[in-house]
Design a protein around this ligand. Structure first.
Ligand code: ATP
Length: 248
């Protein structure tokens, strides 16, 4: 299902956090929105999912206008948000956290049992740990739980806010593999925001670069990974040296 964001302007009081932001994610695509701390990435996802109200602009999911819907109506329309910092309910068990993702349709017991099975098949470690308090999970496991909880709402489009944050490189890789599987096996459309541009662009089809609330660059993931400005600003030293080296 296609997500289309047009000309979003978002303010926090006098702070102009998003400036005329336009982007789209086609059905079945993984799109990365990359940018430094404070660029506006979290604001972008919070606006798409109805938590913040834009002053101007629109958000559409397929044919449906989401712009003025409440967050629960946005979820019902097929869009789920995995927040920055996972936000799992630490004292609750893994399974209860997952069940909360299906709270809107809590009467459908059979369907919920099937969905739990589906999530456990996707993330076997969550099945093993299903009776443990979520607070006892590692960071990577909590990220899987936050993704599983979002999937319990049966979304068509998934928003992921900094899924790699605070995770060791091998765990980041595991989470990225899961995101790719969500697209391949569950047919999901994904918008992922990341400071870790290299990680996000490695699994994305296309990407956008956000700076001070504006989209300053967009292209295929490959184009962005090879772009010298992106390499200098977001991909760190290693890439920059590789790039300088190959230029000689
Ligand atoms: P991070 O990676 O740190 O989450 P980000 O790219 O997600 O960064 P945002 O959190 O969206 O950036 O912040 C965008 C801008 O809006 C920043 O200048 C930030 O200081 C400001 N901002 C964010 N939340 C608020 C708020 N609740 N009140 C006022 N200003 C805010």
């Amino acid at each position: 299902m296609r997500l289309m964001v047009r000309n979003l302007d978002v303010f926090y009081g006098a702070i102009h956090a998003l400036r005329r932001v336009t982007l789209h994610v086609d059905a079945g695509e993984i799109v990365a929105l990359v940018g430094a701390n404070g660029a506006g990435k979290t604001t972008m996802l919070a606006t798409i999912s109805g938590i913040l109200r834009p002053r101007q602009g629109s958000v559409r999911l397929g044919e449906r206008e989401l712009t003025h819907l409440a967050p629960e109506a946005v979820v019902a329309a097929g869009l789920s948000h995995v927040p920055e910092g996972r936000r799992v309910f630490r004292p609750l068990s893994v399974e209860d956290n997952l069940r909360l993702g299906a709270y809107r349709r809590r009467a459908q017991r059979q369907a919920i049992a099937e969905d739990l099975e589906r999530i456990y098949a996707m993330f076997p470690i969550l099945r093993e740990r299903r009776r443990q308090p979520a607070g006892t999970l590692s960071g990577g496991e909590q990220q899987m739980l936050a993704m599983g909880r979002a999937l319990m709402a049966r979304p068509r489009v998934l928003l992921l806010d900094e899924p790699s944050m605070g995770l060791a490189p091998l765990v980041v890789q595991e989470i990225l593999n899961h995101i790719q599987n969500l697209r391949q096996k569950a047919g999901l459309t994904v918008l992922v925001v990341e400071q870790n541009a290299r990680a996000a662009l490695a699994i994305a089809d296309r990407g956008y670069v956000l700076e001070n609330g504006r989209i300053v660059l967009h292209g295929t993931a490959e184009e962005l990974l090879n772009n010298h400005d992106v390499q200098r600003a977001y991909l760190g030293r290693e890439r920059e040296e590789a790039c300088t080296g190959s230029g000689r």
